[in-house]
Design a protein around this ligand. Structure first.
Ligand code: C2E
Ligand code: CA
Ligand code: CA
Ligand code: CA
Length: 279
């Protein structure tokens, strides 16, 4: 351990070299990757609790790296944020998702709602609403079936500006969801100042369901309060029947997680929907 001069120690471990190398390699390749469209979207089904029908999906990006293979978003989204490349990348995600939504519509499957994640830097982009409007017009999607997932911290950075932006999105007709709910510091009552329609309870709360009575009480109360505020509630990271049954008892409307399916490529997703939903 080497002293940095403060009360901090920089502990050098051998695996860090790999991380730093990976960081540089990935960061350097990102621009090229965007130009060459080395990305794919995977789709994780969202399942309605009452009848277990697939009613939608979340689009999750993966980088198909020519040498390193499939790279998860946690490894490159932060790099894209730092470098500002999240702006062109984020636009690619929205365009790809809109095209996918259009394809599903034309393939004759029952209407499915598709959500995409926004990152904080992307959310701060001045012409974001215009960009989304332009892409939706270009691709001709029905805005009712398009949803954006935003985090509490993103909205709290500049609350008034966020509210204006969210109203801009609402005018376009799409729906807005709060992702990772419960991990930030905002209360539901405060969040109601924002024109949002859906609340997604963070995986960390779902993970502990049935194991910790305080945690269960929080989830139950959150669902009850969200419903009384007319918000739809979805739980992420649902892995077991026990979690599913508890959520069902609490009145949660939708679930997403490995219990039903991991994120799937476009083709696999359609096959999954057709095998699950009774036509
Ligand atoms: P997130 O928005 O919270 O997405 C949920 C993550 O949980 C996904 O990881 C998903 O594969 C994983 N997951 C789903 N079900 C389960 C489960 O039952 N158990 C467990 N343990 N995990 C589950 P993924 O795809 O690696 O994405 C990680 C994060 O990367 C996302 O977290 C999101 O913040 C970010 N991300 C993904 N795609 C995009 C994108 O297109 N744009 C931006 N800005 N961020 C993205
Ligand atoms: Ca999300
Ligand atoms: Ca989430
Ligand atoms: Ca989460």
């Amino acid at each position: 351990a080497k002293s940095t001069g403060h009360n901090l120690y920089f502990v050098y471990e051998s695996h860090m070299a790999d991380n730093i190398d990976a960081h540089l390699t990935l960061g350097g390749g990102l621009r090229k990757a965007i130009d060459e469209e080395q990305f794919v979207l995977h789709y994780q089904p969202k399942v309605r609790l009452c009848d277990e029908e697939v009613v939608g999906a979340e689009a999750l990006i993966r980088w198909v790296h020519p040498e390193l293979g499939m790279i998860s978003p946690d490894q490159f989204i932060p790099l894209a944020e730092e470098s500002g490349l999240i702006l062109p990348l984020g636009e690619w995600v929205i365009r790809r998702a809109c095209r996918q939504l259009k394809e599903w519509r034309e393939s004759g499957v029952a209407p499915l709602k598709l959500s995409v994640n926004l990152s904080s830097r992307q959310f701060m982009q001045a012409d974001l609403v215009d960009m989304v409007e332009r892409v939706m017009q270009e691709t001709g999607v029905d805005p009712e079936y398009f949803e954006l997932e935003l985090t509490e911290s993103m909205l709290m950075t500049d609350a008034q500006q966020s509210i204006d932006k969210l109203h801009g999105f609402r005018k376009l007709g799409l729906t807005l969801s709060i992702d990772d709910f419960g991990t930030g510091y905002s209360s539901l009552a405060y969040l109601k100042k924002f024109p949002i329609q859906t609340l997604k309870i963070d995986r960390s709360f779902i993970n502990d369901l049935g194991l910790d009575s305080d945690n269960d009480a929080i989830v139950k109360a959150t669902i009850a309060m969200a419903k009384s505020l007319n918000l739809k509630v979805i739980a992420e990271g649902v892995e077991t029947r026990t979690q599913f049954d508890l959520l069902s008892g609490y009145g949660c409307q939708e679930v997403q997680g490995y219990l039903f399916s991991k994120p799937l490529c476009g083709e696999e997703f359609l096959r999954y929907v057709n095998s699950q939903n009774v036509v």
